[in-house]
Write a new protein. Structure first.
Length: 153
């Protein structure tokens, strides 16, 4: 009986030991921290990156660990602009909401996200967010919009 108890105890330790795998993978919220450059845009009409390239020399999104963000927009003509606010990542729903402060108002920009790697993520908007993006950037995006961003550096 003592031998059987010892075997069961060892089996339990082996089972619990392998079940307690330490997970060193960063959370999605941690992955979002940093500066991201716009590298792709598509909507219901197809690929729109060339349209963005014609109007803007760069668009970057910088997220801080404390939940703040800045979108830096550098147009080909006119003055650069910075849009600031806060963001929230909901990992179990794979959503990120940017709460942009524009003209004293808070504008929610809602996206689902899909990391294709630790440094590339596709942000897909709903149609309301697409309308808001059109107002912010002076664009004519249609329907659901997918913006691909790549982590800088």
């Amino acid at each position: 009986m003592r031998k059987l108890t010892s075997i069961l105890f060892l089996a339990l330790i082996a089972f619990v030991g392998t079940g307690c795998d330490s997970n060193d993978d960063p959370s999605d919220a941690d992955l979002f921290v940093g500066t991201w450059a716009l590298t792709g845009v598509s909507d219901a009409s197809g690929d729109r990156l060339a349209d963005f390239g014609a109007g803007f020399s760069s668009i970057t999104l910088t997220n801080t660990a404390d939940g703040n963000f800045t979108i830096n927009v550098t147009p080909r003509q006119g003055q650069p602009m910075a849009i600031t606010g806060t963001y929230v990542v909901v990992e179990n729903g794979e959503t990120i909401t940017l709460r942009a402060s524009v003209g004293g108002q808070t504008i929610p920009l809602n996206f689902t996200y899909d990391f294709t790697s630790d440094t590339v993520v596709a942000l897909t908007s709903d149609t309301t967010t697409a309308v808001l993006l059109n107002n912010l950037f002076g664009t004519t995006l249609q329907g659901q919009v997918t913006m691909t961003v790549t982590k800088a550096g």
